[in-house]
Every structure is written in C-alpha cells, then in structure tokens.
Design a protein around this ligand. Structure first.
Ligand SMILES: Cc1cc2nc3c(=O)[nH]c(=O)nc-3n(C[C@H](O)[C@H](O)[C@H](O)COP(=O)(O)O)c2cc1C
Length: 404
C-alpha cells in the first residue's frame, strides 16, 4: 500500500485535464487508428464534451514546426482563446515558450483572454526542447540550465505584471520599468492571477518550478519516479520561503500535475492488447527521430536526469511518457491507480486518449465516479471529508453532445 505523503491533500478532489489535440497525428506516434482530429471544429466539440464530463482544464500544446509525425499544428494561444470563447466553464491552459515571447506581451494577451472568458485563462510555461524551432527562426538557443534561468525571470515578470502596479524588475533577460497593465486580470476568488503551470522534469526544471510556478506539470512517471520529482520541487519551494511562515507567505507551494495516457476498456486484457497494438504499429522512423531530438532535453543536462532521459522506445511512442503512469485497464483499475497517485501528492491528471471525443466522455461517465468514491473513502479513513463543492459538476449532457 502506498503511504500518504505530507503533501497529499485528501479533502481536495483530484482535478482532470486533457491534452488539446491542436497538433495533427494524435497523441501516439503510431499508425493504429486514432479517431482524433486536430482542427478547430473537432476541438470545439471536444472542449464542450470535456467540460460536461467533469474536466476542469484543457492544455493546448505549443509547436511551430513539424516533428515526429505531427506535420500540422495550430498556434497555442489563439487556439486556446477560441476554445475559451466556445466554452463556459473549462479553463484553458496555453503552452508558451519564454524564448518566443516577451513576458509583457504575453501578460497583456492573457489578461485579454481572461476578460473574454471571465477568468478562465491560464499558461503552461515550457522551456523548449526542439532546437530547430529556435535556430531556424533565428532565435538564440540557450544551453539547458540557462533556459531555466530565463524561464524563472519570465514567470516573475508575469506574476509581477498581473498583481502589481508600477512594476519594475531588472535581470539578465528582462528589464521592466514602472509598468502597469490595465485592466488587471479578472478577480476570481481563490486565484491570485491566471494560473501559472510549468512543464519539465530535469533537476533545473524542478528547482525553477519549486521557486516560481503555481503548478508543476510532469511527463508520465511511475509512483516512485514521481515521488522523487515531488520531493525536488517541494525542497526548492521550501528553500525559497514559499508558504506560511516563510519569506514568501503569499505564494503557496506548487501543486502537482501528472501526465497519463488512458486506455480504459471493459477488460484488462483488451486494454493491454490496445497498448500492444499501439506499440507494434509505432511509426519507427518518427519515434527514432524524436529520440534524437529530445537529446536536447534530459540527456543534455549535467546529471542526465531530464525529461526522456530514461525513456524506452515503447515509452516514446507516447511522446510525453504517458504509458509510464499506467492508466491502462478497466475503469476500476484506473481509478484505483489514480487514487494511489493522490496519496503521494498528485493534485491533477493530464490525460491523453486514442479517440478523444469518445474517450473523454467515457472517462467522465465510467472512471470519474469511481475515483470520487475512492477519494471519499480515503479521506474518511484519514479523518477528513472530501469537499465535492470544489469539483466542476458533470451535467449529464455528455452523450447527447457526443452523438450530436
Ligand atoms: C506537461 C508538459 C507539457 C509540455 N508541453 C510542451 C509544449 O507544448 N511545447 C514544447 O515545446 N515543450 C513542451 N514541454 C517540454 C518542456 O518544454 C521541456 O522541454 C521538457 O520538459 C524537457 O526539459 P527537461 O529536460 O528540463 O525536463 C512540455 C512538458 C511537460 C511536462
């Protein structure tokens, strides 16, 4: 049995997000059938299904150039804004690269998106791994750990411009002088500003997220692997004085989001067979090309511990290591596994699927209710109550939308 970590929040229901398929080719680099579109109409319908199925967030990917089977991509911030306009409750997190944006321009853009969506805009700050995207645009490609120096300054500018008037910050990469953004972001109870997610796995990524992010997002990991990442982030947060009693009492310690590719089927055998078929039909040259490109990430770090550093061929078929989390089996098995991760401190699952519209709806109908039951049991056994008033209510209109 998994021990309950002191960062686990047993009274808070888990949150669920899905990867927006704004990049062609689906979420696995395989010729297996994927009934997933990358166009806006497909995504608009998917977003509505998701918000009616208990999903609180959607994460839009940022990619500018074709890579490993994904030959077409829609730009993340504009796509996110359109999804916000097409939905009512879903929070849409747009991935952005510091090296591609000035933080003041992004801060302004997100404030506008936040007003259009009544306080539902969020960002995922990603430091980049696809070198050619930067060098072929004529942009500087910084060495691995230096990318995180820039990212940390970038996030501080965002938070400063979203929360203060006459904001100034001087640093190595950005210099802001007496700047006030008007209007400010929407005033949403319980949220200091649009949420700042942060994706990365290396030691430098963990340290940066620990110091400045609201949310630390990781590639797929097994339980032991993710415990290590959580420990790294928590240590950095503590050292920087975040949380009650520290030098930064108004900046709570980050929460934790984990990627997992969901294969929920009627039997475990069926789910495992689907995984086997995905891997057997992997697009081998694309996966090998990806493996070469990602050497710019994990393997290029000093301690060799970054993202994809220990990924096998099978892992890389889902390019964010989503199989490692093992959300594969019957709805009961998946729900049980999800709650094991809650015990170590996971607050949010970022999920991917073969057939997004159908499987997001099925997840809401078949997996989520079991997760809530198990979470309630776990809380009660530990002397607290699960606060379901904090979950987005499922409205039951899902199947109508799927068939629409
Ligand atoms: C949940 C998550 C989402 C990510 N999304 C993107 C993305 O949309 N575009 C991108 O270029 N990189 C993305 N990344 C990759 C990061 O930018 C970074 O390159 C990667 O974490 C490798 O860095 P590391 O070795 O320091 O961990 C994402 C990472 C995670 C964990």
């Amino acid at each position: 049995m998994t021990e309950i970590s002191n960062v686990a929040r047993l009274s808070e229901p888990l949150k669920f997000a899905y990867w927006v398929p704004n990049v062609s080719g689906g979420l696995v680099v395989s010729t297996i059938e994927q009934r997933t579109g990358w166009d806006f109409e497909y995504n608009k319908k998917l977003a509505r299904i998701a918000e009616n199925s208990g999903f609180e967030y959607a994460l839009t990917q940022t990619r500018y150039a074709a890579s490993y089977g994904a030959d077409k991509q829609h730009e993340a911030t504009s796509f996110s804004l359109a999804l916000l306009a097409a939905t009512e409750r879903l929070k849409v997190i747009s991935a952005v690269h510091p090296g591609m944006w000035h933080p003041g321009v992004l801060a302004k853009y997100i404030i506008t998106a936040d007003h259009i969506s009544n306080g539902r805009a969020a960002v995922n700050i990603v430091s980049g791994w696809l070198k050619d995207e930067f060098t072929n645009f004529g942009l500087e490609w910084l060495e691995h750990d230096e990318r995180y120096v820039r990212t940390e300054e970038f996030i501080k500018v965002l938070r400063g411009l979203w929360t203060e008037q006459d904001y100034s910050q001087s640093g190595k990469y950005y210099n802001i002088t007496d700047f006030t953004l008007n209007p400010a972001p929407v005033d949403v109870p319980g949220r200091a500003h649009p949420e700042i997610f942060f994706g990365g796995n290396s030691t430098a990524a963990q340290a940066t997220a620990g110091r400045v992010a609201d949310w630390y997002f990781s590639n797929g990991k097994d339980l032991e692997g993710f415990k290590e990442n959580i420990a790294g982030v928590v240590a950095a947060a503590g050292d920087s004085g975040r949380g009650a009693g520290g030098a930064l009492p108004t900046l709570p310690s980050p929460r934790f989001g984990l990627n997992g590719f969901v294969i929920a089927r009627d039997s475990e055998k069926e789910a495992r067979d689907t995984l086997r078929e995905i891997v057997e039909k992997a697009h081998k040259p694309a996966v090998e090309g990806f493996r070469a490109a990602v050497q710019e990430a994990g393997a290029s770090t000093k301690d060799g511990k970054g993202m994809w550093a220990d990924s096998s061929f099978e892992d890389l078929v889902q390019y964010n290591d989503g199989f490692k989390t093992q959300l594969i089996g019957t709805p009961e098995q998946i729900a049980e596994r999800i709650v094991e991760y809650k015990k170590i401190g996971v607050n949010l699952f970022l999920t991917g699927y073969l057939h997004f519209q159908e499987e997001v709806a099925a997840f809401g109908q078949e997996v989520l209710p079991i997760v809530r039951e198990l979470e309630a049991d776990l809380a009660r056994k530990n002397g607290v109550e699960l606060d379901l008033s904090r979950t987005p209510a499922a409205t039951g209109t899902t199947s109508k939308l799927v068939n629409a």
